[in-house]
Design a protein around this ligand. Sequence first.
Ligand code: SF4
Length: 210
Amino acid sequence: MNEVVSKRNQLLAEKVIKGLASRNMSGYYAASREEALQLALRLIPEGASVTMGGSASANEIGLVQALKNGNYNFIDRDAAADKRAAMLAAYDADVFLSSVNAMTDDGILINIDGNANRVSAIAQGPRKVLFIVGMNKVCGSDPDSAMKRARNTAAPINAQRFGLSTPCTKTGACMDCKSPDTICCQFLITRYSRHKDRIHVILVNDNLGF
Ligand code: SF4
């Protein structure tokens, strides 16, 4: 990462981490993908049951592979024969991995979901939720700016990633559709965590996910 961009990211991350603390959530800054991986592994005890809501960012820092190779009970929903059972097991997992679709620079997290398994597990269930967030997802302090990123950038790219038949996969822009394939069904705004030590956010000095 370019030196001046890294400097800006580090300074901005300090603000984000303070904002997260004011919302009873823990924030960390990783100067590289490798540092993010080591930080994440320090936050996940060996033997823990771990699952995820389909986070490209957790894959990109090598965390998913490390968990699969390590001494963890990784519940792989994609490989499970009974996908519903694997999805329900997420609510009782020790750790749930996710990224955000966007967040404000004072710690509000925005997530949009089609099936709602991801946003529902973020909201309640797993004992710990660990977010891996590239600094490209940090917006201004106005929650509307983060919601705009989630709706106009993250969602159309995710729809494209899943090969869905939605207006945004044809135009590249959100058309606020009600298509049967829409992934924009449930919107979760996490502005405070009632439970201390449940939500942890690793901010990574890199562009991760979408
Ligand atoms: S509302 Fe529809 S058009 Fe907009 S991003 Fe979601 S799926 Fe795409």
